[in-house]
Design a protein around this ligand. Structure first.
Ligand code: PGA
Length: 248
């Protein structure tokens, strides 16, 4: 039985004034210990958010693949750990698009996170053009094959299926489409890592909110959610944690 994971992705949002929201979210996370909840905040907020969050893990939204060196403006996995991060998102579609991150680079970032002892959430997902062309499953399973790190294990890795066209748009795939895609991802994982595939959590992300979380999280092979906009306040995020808890 895979424990559900509900992770918030604050993207480029969050200042110290928002720490009371972190504390309120953490309170709900602790009250619903049958699920894992976490918040991935901007680098600059990790240390303060980790302190405000107490037992709830706080994470980052990117990491550089190298341990150290001449990489102006970048952050290493050891730096994340030192600032209090317990997890890191890699390969988010916004980074794949805006920072031109490739599958190969995402794979190395995942390994860097693992090497420092971080939990890793690795994102994959198709664009609307790819879905309309009937290529969604092929694109996504190719991303899995191309970015899955060596030694991938449910002990430290989760995948997040996030259709690009569902992110921040209020649109979501049908439950049947979500279940079909998560099933295809699980099948690809079995091909790549055998029995370990059963332990790797596959999160859904893209316009998850308090109203749709229950039905999305109940889909076959959906082991949690990666939540952007609706993770920014306790008022919006706590109902998603509660929806996951009620299914667990
Ligand atoms: P959204 O973002 O919930 O605002 O659609 C999800 C994500 O990009 O992780």
């Amino acid at each position: 039985m895979r424990r559900k994971l509900v992770a918030g992705n604050w993207k480029m949002n969050g200042l110290k004034a928002d720490l009371p929201e972190v504390a309120k979210i953490a309170e709900a996370a602790v009250a619903h210990g049958q699920v894992n909840a976490a918040l991935c905040v901007p680098f600059t907020l990790i240390a303060a958010a980790a302190e405000a969050a107490g037992a709830m893990p706080v994470g980052a939204q990117d990491v550089h693949q190298a341990a150290s060196g001449a990489h102006t403006g970048c952050i290493s996995a050891a730096m994340l750990v030192e600032s209090g991060a317990k997890l890191v998102i890699v390969g988010h579609s916004e980074r794949r698009a805006d920072q031109y991150e490739s599958d190969g680079q995402v794979r190395l970032k995942a390994l860097a996170g693992k090497g420092a002892g971080l939990q890793v959430i690795l994102c994959i997902g198709e664009t609307l053009d790819e879905r309309d062309a009937g290529r969604a499953e092929q694109v996504v399973t190719d991303q899995v094959a191309g970015s899955l790190p060596e030694g991938a294990s449910g002990d430290w890795l989760a995948l997040a299926y996030e259709p690009v066209w569902a992110i921040g748009t209020g649109r979501t795939p049908t439950e049947a489409d979500v279940a079909a895609m998560h099933g295809a991802i699980r099948t690809k994982l079995r091909e790549l890592i055998g029995a370990e595939a059963e332990k790797v959590r596959i999160l859904y992300g893209g316009s998850v909110n308090g109203a749709n979380a229950g039905s999305l999280l109940a889909c076959a092979d959906v082991d949690g959610a990666l939540v952007g906009g609706a993770s920014l306040t306790a008022e919006k995020f706590v109902p998603i944690i509660e929806a996951a808890a009620s299914l667990s």
